[in-house]
Design a protein around this ligand. Structure first.
Ligand code: PLP
Length: 403
């Protein structure tokens, strides 16, 4: 075994982390070493059912054999040459993404944040072309678009952290789902409305049809671009390839990442024809982005996810999951669409304590806010997995009843 793959055990891993990693994450006390389909194993050999998938990333399950094979074959052939040259998988993936959505051009990135950075550049340059001197991007409060300064400035909750300031100028936010406030905020200097179809990090809060329509209409009236961030909600998660397909609006730009590589980092900013030619040579770039390994992984993901049977199953299983959860003592409501589910707990129940207890019981979930569990299971689960997860959540909640 080489030094890079040497196993050192949980205690030593933790000690190394404490000494050498920046303290940007509060980690759960588990050291995962293996994954297969919807299952994970920790360093002690304990098995977990994964209803989080690395935050909506491993949607086809861990180590999907076809993705693994595509990555392995490509890694043996060619791993990287940079964007100074043509590579076939990148061109094919761009075609696939464009033809399945908005029909314009694609810029590849390495993450969701970077996909949004590209979208922000497209929006600002598009606005400058219309003669706008100080372009503005409008988002919803509690939206999450990433953590680099552009994406962060469009993430109002985190942008309020003055210790990281100053943020970029030209960003404003209105209350989530306040259609009137959104219309009011969008004017001649608006470059784009950048919003999530379903707010994920905020606790799985769908954006209303009324708010989406208001955004679309306000953009049409002013010439601003509607950018939908589908980084968490896209790629089959809600039961359609793109989340916007189940809404009355079509964006001018959409951003994708997370599940696009099923674990291999890749992001994409996809435009409609109206914004396809905004960026020109020199405006943007990335050394790694769109590399052959990541793009063959994504091509394989799209082959498997863009399947009407699978997408129908996601909608059916999502409905079944919510119905079963709503029958549990301690559950106040479920929110979301398809297999993107927020479980609102009754007042007095600490979701963080329930999440930690579920991890002990062998179910991986996430707690985006103090009253909500977030479930983002693999899209390839079956009803037995749903039943198992629901029974673990039910057992756990019995120990945390509000009374
Ligand atoms: N946008 C949304 C909706 C997200 O959920 C996330 C990540 O959680 C991002 C953007 C940022 O993506 P990344 O962490 O890949 O940079």
């Amino acid at each position: 075994m080489s030094e890079a793959t040497q196993e050192i055990g949980f205690a030593e891993t933790k000690a190394l982390e404490e000494r050498y990693l920046m303290r940007t994450y509060r980690r759960a006390p588990v050291d995962f070493v293996r994954g297969e389909g919807p299952l994970l194993w920790d360093a002690e050999g304990k098995r977990y059912l994964d209803f989080l998938t690395g935050i909506s990333v491993c949607s086809l399950g861990h180590c999907h054999p076809e993705v693994v094979k595509a990555v392995r074959d490509q890694a043996e052939l060619l791993m990287h040459v940079s964007n100074l040259f043509y590579t076939e998988p990148m061109a094919r993936l761009a075609e696939r993404l464009s033809e399945s959505s908005l029909g314009g051009r694609v810029f590849f990135a390495n993450s969701g944040t970077e996909a949004n950075e590209c979208a922000i550049k497209v929006a600002r340059k598009h606005a400058h072309r219309r003669g706008v001197i100080s372009p503005e991007i409008v988002s919803f409060e509690n939206d999450f678009h990433g953590r680099s300064y552009g994406a962060l400035s469009a993430t109002p909750g985190l942008a309020a952290n003055e210790a990281l300031g100053p943020m970029l100028p030209g960003f404003r936010a209105v209350p989530h789902n306040d259609a009137a406030a959104l219309r009011e905020a969008v004017g001649e200097s608006t470059a784009a409305v950048l919003i999530e179809v379903i707010q994920g990090e905020a606790g799985v809060i769908p954006t209303s049809e009324e708010a989406l329509l208001a955004a679309r209409e306000a953009c049409d009236e002013t010439g601003a671009l509607l950018i939908l961030d589908e980084i968490q909600a896209g790629l089959g998660r809600t039961g359609s390839l793109w989340a916007y397909e189940q809404t009355p609006v079509r964006p001018n730009v959409l951003t994708s990442a997370k599940a696009l590589g099923n674990g291999v980092p890749i992001g994409a900013c996809v435009t409609g024809p109206e914004a396809a030619d905004v960026l020109e040579p020199g405006d943007h770039g990335s050394t790694f982005a769109g590399g052959p390994v990541a793009t063959v992984a994504a091509l394989t993901v799209l082959d498997l996810v863009d399947d009407p049977m699978l997408l129908r199953r996601v909608r059916e299983l999502g409905a079944y999951l919510c119905e079963r959860l709503e029958g549990l003592a301690g559950v106040r409501e479920t929110r979301g669409r398809g297999l993107m589910v927020g479980v609102g707990l009754e007042e007095g129940i600490d979701a963080a304590a329930v999440g930690a207890d579920l991890l002990e019981r062998g179910l991986v979930v996430n707690v985006p806010r103090s009253d909500t569990l977030r479930l983002l299971p693999p899209l390839v689960i079956d009803s037995d997995h749903v039943d198992h997860a629901v029974s673990l959540i039910g057992e756990s909640l019995l120990g945390f009843s509000a009374g």
